[in-house]
Design a protein around this ligand. Sequence first.
Ligand code: IFM
Length: 462
Amino acid sequence: MSMNESTFVSFPEGFNWGAATSSYQIEGAATSGGRGPSIWDTFSADPGRIADRSTGAIACDHYNHYRSDVALMKDLGLHTYRFSIAWPRVIPEGVGAVNGEGLDFYDRLVDELLEANITPMPTLYHWDLPQALEDKNGWVSRDTAHAFGDYTEVVVSRLGDRVNTWATLNEPFVSANHGYVTGEHAPGRTSMLDGMAASHHLMLAHGFAMERIRSIVTNANAGIVLNFTPTEVASNDPADIEAERHVDNLENRWYIDPLAGNGYPSETAEYYQWDQSEVLDGDLAVISAPIDFLGVNYYTRSVVSSDGNELPDGAPVNTMGWELHPPSLGRLLRWLHSTYDFPSYTITENGCPMPDDVRSTTGQILDDDRLGFVRDHLIEVHAAIEDGVPVSGYMVWSLFDNFEWAWGYGPTFGIVEIDWETLERRLKKSADWYSSAIAANGFARPETPTTYKPWVSFEQNW
Ligand code: IFM
């Protein structure tokens, strides 16, 4: 078949192709340049918290490799680089004294990106809370939201003359739920009500940050990054239906509803006996001030029964056991647009950890499965755009293999491999493919859909 419109998946002019990372997962240099400790330094030093007992102390050492890393991004042709700023690098104690050396690092990074014609897209918080603030009750305390506003002002005052695209928080659901409810992430606390208080203070922090960004950057393009796990109900059993509703409220609506001015899903708040006493007069107005874009992180769906989540028989999964289900991304985007109608959506994360166990004779990782995953999700994005959803860009997660939180370095999400002995960066086949898709603003539609092997996920042995 010759290449024509139906076989070429062509994106609208100006579609923004990028890649994403986060500070604790790649920077390393945990004790250099005046950086203070974060909750992840503390948590990962606690034996038994991280699957391979690793930490982000060195990670990809991006702090020292940023120049060559930006050169690599330029070679790939990235339009945008989404990274995060480490609060404890900028304000080591969370409040008070600013660490000039920390700000200088992000200043140099931004200049290097602009020089390479790559748009910097900083996220102000991607989970590395200064430990000093956790010692004062972390996100359960309203003071942390105020401290975040002040930190935002420091960062944006320094970089806002060159950076206009800002994301406030990354995945507040994960910060609150994994950090304060299930304890699988730092700070490792386990209380549903603390989690709900934390969720509100995170959203308030977002609102305070938006106010500061808008007051400093007149042409700001600012928003928040939320993760979504679209749910389906396992059966018609009323218990399953009720369970699905609560999971959907907690995982998909808890953050976007207040952002859209609807408050927290009350049925689920009542179910967990959260009296919302932390929500003070005026908070919801702060939280629901207009955003310019909604960042959407999508990895998997969830089929819910009253016994928990069920993996459909024979479903393909990644090496962390998450089902691979591209159609749920398209469904999610259509649902968001028809229900909430934000001005624009950017896929701020999408990607998958795969075994990466096939190499060419020259040693390149031949990750056809990851390549297929990214391509299948981009096909969903493209279809959603054709249906009228204003999706302006796609950021693959992740640029590099990195520290995958409680899983350590086992799962590899990168389109670029890191040699953990030498820290050498090597492009995987998916990176080459992504680079040519960027150059062509699209790609050939495969004649047959990707078949994913049903990989057995790693054993979590901590
Ligand atoms: O690695 C994380 C990232 O930090 C936030 N979103 C999900 C990714 C994969 O788990």
